[in-house]
Design a binder for this molecule. Structure first.
Ligand code: NAD
Ligand code: MG
Length: 398
């Protein structure tokens, strides 16, 4: 039987890769609903090709979408708007699988809606899990949702863990013979830049990742290593382990996507050419496998794999994230909100590259930690942190 898919953030990098995988398996999957925040013309083309039943856009984009769909004779596609629309498609009774590929905090409520509706949730939107942590996992358990990691590192770790690892009761310690997780990082475009050089790097340089083609926000996060910081927090929650069991390893070739070490001395790695179609296909089909057209890894041409420790002086974001995970409560949500605001300011040339982590550190020092008791509490903290980060950026600009 064909599975019905909802893609949140279909016009993005992950959204596009998801469509690419689905297009290869029209017998197995059909696109029921999609959402986009901008690029309405691309969205119209996607509707033309995949014919979803429901589309979600911001209210401001409805007229353009309606006209575009009408011109193609697609008036039968239902249009919903804004967050209410996203939540509605994510939890829709006719949807089996939700690809959570909105970037940033905007994805939290729709992702949570999918979890609460007990869907198979393919999680790309790491910010949602960083913000909500335990609450998201508890909801998944309560509503029997299947939360599967799409982030390439977490998907790799998932593949290297014992088969039923996610179901077992956990207490922050690695279980079933696992001793440590090695989270790999490419190191981003500025791996070998000095602090002085980092002062003057531009958004265009930051967005030019050596191995992956991704959205702007995650590209900047990869350059500051905040992406690895967010992924550290993501790993702690997904695999229910304390942060000191996760070691970050810089591996510039991005061939090994992460590793799991066991007490008997084994280290398992998942390898492949860097292409998000692989983890997307894995999460779609798990526990089965489906084909993608990602070129198979040629070990003869990729015969060198390098590893090094991350430089925490040039890339302080990683330490900030580790500290935020240690602090717990709403601190990861503060970290995430401040980072989103700072990355946006950097992309708009309002602050320099090194001021991103500086803004995050300032915000962490200003906003008080508290227990993350509810989603409302987390969203409230998110807003507070955005205000504090925004004010700090204004001062930096003076
Ligand atoms: P992107 O910027 O290319 O796409 C983001 C998508 O979200 C777009 O469809 C956009 O319209 C939508 N969107 C943006 N702001 C929105 C808002 N306020 N409300 C609703 N929708 C909104 O981003 P991406 O690179 O595809 O990344 C998506 C998520 O996946 C991020 O959380 C990222 O960290 C994660 N991720 C991406 C990659 C990758 O290779 N691109 C890898 C691992 C994880
Ligand atoms: Mg990743």
């Amino acid at each position: 039987m064909s599975q019905s898919i909802c893609i949140l953030g279909v016009t993005g990098s992950i959204g596009q890769s998801t469509l690419k995988v689905l297009a290869q398996h029209p017998d197995k999957y059909s696109v029921f609903a999609v959402s986009a925040h901008s690029r309405i013309d691309e969205l119209i083309q996607i509707c033309h090709q995949y014919h979803p039943k429901v589309v979600v856009v911001p209210a401001a984009g409805v007229e353009r979408l309606k006209q575009g769909l009408a011109a193609l004779g697609l008036q039968d596609i239902e249009i919903l708007t804004d967050e209410a629309g996203l939540v509605a498609i994510a939890g829709h009774a006719d949807v089996d699988v939700v690809m959570a590929a909105i970037v940033g905090a905007a994805g939290l409520l729709p992702t949570l809606a999918a979890v609460k509706a007990g869907k198979r949730v393919l999680l790309a939107n790491k910010e949602a899990l960083v913000m909500s942590g335990e609450l998201m996992l508890a909801a998944a358990k309560r509503h029997q949702a299947l939360l599967l990691p799409v982030d390439s590192e977490h998907n790799a770790i998932f593949q290297c863990l014992p088969y039923n690892y996610m179901d077992a009761e956990k207490n922050g310690q690695p279980q079933q013979g696992v001793s440590q997780i090695l989270l790999t990082a490419s190191g981003g475009p500025f791996l070998n830049h000095s602090l002085e050089q980092l002062q003057n790097v531009t958004p265009a340089q930051a967005c030019k990742h050596p191995n992956w083609s991704m959205g702007q926000k995650i590209s900047v996060d990869s350059a500051t290593l905040m992406n690895k910081g967010l992924e550290l927090i993501e790993a702690c929650h997904l695999f229910s382990i304390k942060e000191h069991f996760v070691t970050v390893v810089v591996h510039p070739q991005s061939i090994i996507h992460s590793m799991v070490q066991y007490v008997d001395g084994s280290t398992l790695a998942q390898m492949g050419n860097p292409d998000m179609c692989t983890p997307i296909a894995h999460a779609l089909a798990w526990p089965d496998r489906i084909a993608t057209d990602v070129p198979r890894l040629d070990v003869f041409s990729q015969s060198t794999l390098d590893f090094q420790a991350p430089d925490l002086v040039r890339f302080p974001a990683l330490t900030l994230a580790r500290q935020a995970m240690q602090a717990g409560g709403v601190t990861p949500a503060i970290l995430n909100a401040a980072n989103e605001v700072a990355v946006d300011a950097f992309l708009k040339h309002r602050i320099g590259f090194l001021q991103i982590a500086q803004t995050v550190e300032h915000t962490l020092n200003q906003v008080q930690n508290d227990a993350a008791e509810s989603i409302e509490m987390i969203l409230h903290t998110d807003q507070l942190a955005r205000q504090v980060a925004g004010q700090h950026i204004k001062q930096l600009e003076r």
